[in-house]
Design a protein around this ligand. Structure first.
Ligand code: NAD
Ligand code: ZN
Length: 392
């Protein structure tokens, strides 16, 4: 089959590789009808996630049609259309039982690697390094789904791939980011980053009762999409974000601050240069420009939510501000399984049509170009969907 493979920093190729096979009675194989590139894939593309190997198949946002099931699978049949959560979870460990799916204790066969970095291992993820399981991803014609009795959700007839594909990741991720803010009536939510995750965080914040959302980025097409959802916007190249947020909140600061940017934040000035240099020589694994800004901007007693991914160690955390202002911080890879049904229902009720983020639909063969335009925000790119089979 054809698959998008990682070969090194800024080097992804569409290779011909062996078809996936059922390896376990709880596996299923799906034929991928749509798959997307995520901001998290850019951390692999840019070479910031350790334990990738040349030839690894990328992709954790995908859906398709079941073509084969293992002997223990009774919930799925050939021909079913399914969306696959990016978190691989067993469904019966301590963590899965507590709805903490991205922390599954049984899905990472390379847990020892993650334990070295993190103390404990999170769940395995599709196409996201050997430290997180070494699973083949779904930017491919076919994919193997472990624990297929737990993860995939069947999609009712009549809904398009584009409406449901983002249940795999970015819709639940934006939603969990807003939920982690525990938004109270009247509260103001500031969202750094108007990429796909930020866009869903903005819409979810409104769904969960935010009175005002202030969205921050520098790309006008992304700010426009935030405005279309009802957010006020700040271009951080034109204003000082900290002062603007203070002014817009009567000196208080936003009640909730969401870092939807993560480890590859862009910035100006001495601190940004410091982070860029230290990250380049691997003395720091992320540039926490936004995280620092969010902590300093947040109102006293406020909430900081971090869906943005950080891989390892960061410097110069304003821990003094965090402690002395009595802030709360929540983060995590998304517990996708927790949100599949409720968010599918929101789509069915017409409360949101997640396809609004898609700017590009390309054949799988175009993946190398797609990674580049998505990373560099060329052609006003916000989200790319790749089609392994359809002629687009
Ligand atoms: P993206 O790269 O498309 O978007 C990031 C946005 O942040 C861009 O629009 C960029 O212009 C903006 N940005 C950069 N520096 C900024 C700054 N200083 N201030 C304000 N905005 C700034 O990526 P995405 O797909 O939206 O993903 C965003 C983050 O969410 C990534 O770190 C990704 O890894 C993470 N993510 C996490 C999960 C999870 O489970 N927690 C799931 C998916 C994605
Ligand atoms: Zn993703």
């Amino acid at each position: 089959m054809k698959a998008v493979c990682w070969h090194g920093t800024e080097d992804v190729r569409v290779d011909t590789v062996p078809d996936p096979k059922i390896l376990n009675p709880r596996d299923a194989i799906i034929k991928v009808t749509s798959t997307a590139i995520c901001g998290s894939d850019l951390h692999l593309y840019d070479g910031y996630i350790p334990t990738m190997k040349s030839g690894d198949i990328l992709g954790h946002e995908f859906m398709g049609e079941v073509v084969e099931t293992g002997s223990a699978i009774t919930n799925l049949q050939k021909g079913d259309r399914v969306v696959v959560p990016f978190t691989i979870s067993c469904g019966s460990c301590f963590f899965c039982n507590r709805d903490l799916w991205s922390l599954c204790d049984n899905s990472n066969p390379n847990s020892w690697m993650a334990e070295k970095f993190y103390g404990h291992s999170p769940a395995g993820l599709y196409g996201y390094s050997h430290m997180l399981g070494g699973y083949a991803g779904g930017q491919a014609e076919y994919a193997r789904i472990p624990f297929a009795d737990v993860g995939p959700i069947k999609i009712p007839d009549g809904m398009s791939d584009e409406q449901v594909l983002f249940l795999t990741d970015i819709f639940p991720t934006g939603y969990m980011a807003a939920e982690n803010c525990d938004i109270q009536p009247g509260e103001v939510v500031a969202v750094w980053g108007c990429g796909p995750v930020g866009q869903f965080a903005i819409r979810s914040a409104f769904m969960l009762g935010a009175e005002r959302v202030i969205a921050i980025d520098r790309f006008s097409e992304r700010l426009d999409l935030a405005k279309a959802a009802g957010a006020a916007v700040l271009n951080y190249e034109e204003v000082d974000v900290g002062s603007a947020l203070k002014e817009m909140t009567g000196g208080m600061g936003p009640d909730c601050c969401i870092d939807a940017v993560g480890m590859e934040a862009h910035g100006h000035g001495a601190m940004a240069l410091y982070d860029t240099v230290k990250q380049a020589v691997r003395l720091e694994t992320g540039r926490p420009i936004v995280l620092r800004e969010a902590i300093v901007a947040c109102r006293k007693g406020g909430k900081v939510s971090v869906p943005g991914v950080y891989g390892g160690f960061i410097d110069k955390m304003p821990m003094g501000a965090f402690v002395n202002k009595g802030l709360t911080m929540k983060s995590g890879q998304t517990h996708v399984q927790r949100y599949l049904r409720p968010l599918l229902e929101r789509i069915q009720r017409g409360e949101i049509d997640p396809s609004f983020v898609i700017t590009h639909t390309l054949p799988l063969e175009d993946a190398p170009r797609a990674y580049k335009i998505f990373r560099d925000k060329e052609e006003n790119c916000i989200k790319v969907v790749l089609k392994p089979f359809a002629s687009v």
